[in-house]
Write a protein that binds this ligand. Sequence first.
Ligand SMILES: [Fe+2]
Length: 386
Amino acid sequence: MTDPLATQALEPTLPRDSYVSPSAFETERERIFAREWVLVGREESIQAPGDYLDADVLGESVLVVRGDDGALRAFFNVCRHRGCALVLRDPGEETGDGVPVVGCKGGSIRCPYHSWVYGLDGSLKSAPYLEPALEGRKHEFSLHAAGLQIWGGFIFINLEPEAAKVRGHTLQTQFGEAMQRLRNYPLTDLRIAKRIIYQVAANWKVILENYNECYHCAGVHPELCKVVPAFRKNGGAALDWDDGVPHREGAVTFTFSGQTMRAPFPGLDDDEKIRHKGELIYPNFMISLSMDHVAAFTIFPRDAGHTTVVCDFLFHPSEIAKADFDPMDAVEFWDITNRQDWAIVEGVQRGMNSRRFTHGYYAPMESASLDIRKYISERMENGPAE
Ligand SMILES: [Fe+2]
C-alpha cells in the first residue's frame, strides 16, 4: 500500500524494527560490522612496541598491537589453545572505549590460562611442556589476524579481511571522496588532548542520522546556532558541507565565542581557515573539523537500544606544547552540543519503541539521512557481494 505522505518531499525512513529489534541488530553485526572497516581508535595511543588496545566490535574483542618492528597488527583476542581471551577485562570495566591498557609484558602476549606465549607479531613462541609436540608446527598456531588499515592516524579493523579483499573492499572504497575532501587537514599529526565517553540509550543509526541533518539544530542547539546562524535557516537546507559551512561574521571555530587563540592547522586553504567541515563515514565514524581542532566520534553499538560514543578532541602538537594551551573552550562547547544531541536521540529511541510507531519520514532538508536508508537496506537485504 502506498503511503500518501511518502511523496518526493517526505521519504519513509527505515522501519521501526531496524531501530528496536534485537534480531535486526544481530543481522547488522554480521552483515555490516563483520564486513566493513570499523574505526577502533587512534594510532598515537599505542606508540611503543608492546602497547596495545583492546577493541570491542559488537562483542568481538580484537587486540591492536604495536610490534617490535613498529608495525601495528590486529588479532582476535582468542588463544589458539582453548580459546581463552588473552587479555582479560576487569569486571565492570568500561568496554569498547578503545582506551589502551598499555603493555603486552616483556614484548609478548601470554595467555592467562595455560601460559601459551605469543610474539607481538602473533606467532606462537612457547607452550609449557609441549615443545616436543609442537616441534615444527608452531606456525600453525599463530593468533587469528584481523584486517587493519590506518588513515589520518585513525585505526580501522576488519573482522573478515579475506572476504573484504576478494570483493575489493578497502578503506579507500569505504571512504569514497571524503578522503579527498579532508586531504588538507594534518590528521596524522594531531593528538588527543581530551576524550569524553558517552553512554547513549539510542540505536547507533539514530545517532548517525542525527549527525547527518541540521533540521533539528534551530530547536536543539542554541549555542551552536549562535556560532553558525546558517544552521537556523530553512532547517539547515542548502548548507555546503563539502566545501565547509560558514560561521557568523568574525567567528572561525566551534567555541562559544567562535574565536580561538590557536593557530589554524598548517596546510588548510583559505576557506578551511574560516569554515567548518563534517563527514560521516559509515558504519561508525563521525568527524567534525574546525580550523584549530577536530572532534572525532567513534560509535560502538552495544545493542539495539544502546551505543557508546567515544569523542576525541584532537589538536596540533605545536599548540598542545604551548604553556598556556587549554582545549576546554572547544571541549565545553562540544560537550554541551553533544549532550543536547544525546538527549534528543534518546527521546527518539523512546518514541520509536511505541507500538504506534511504524516508521518515520525524512524531510527534504534531511536528504543526507536518506543515505543511511540506502546503506543499511543494501547490506541487510543482500549483504555485499562476496
Ligand atoms: Fe545535533
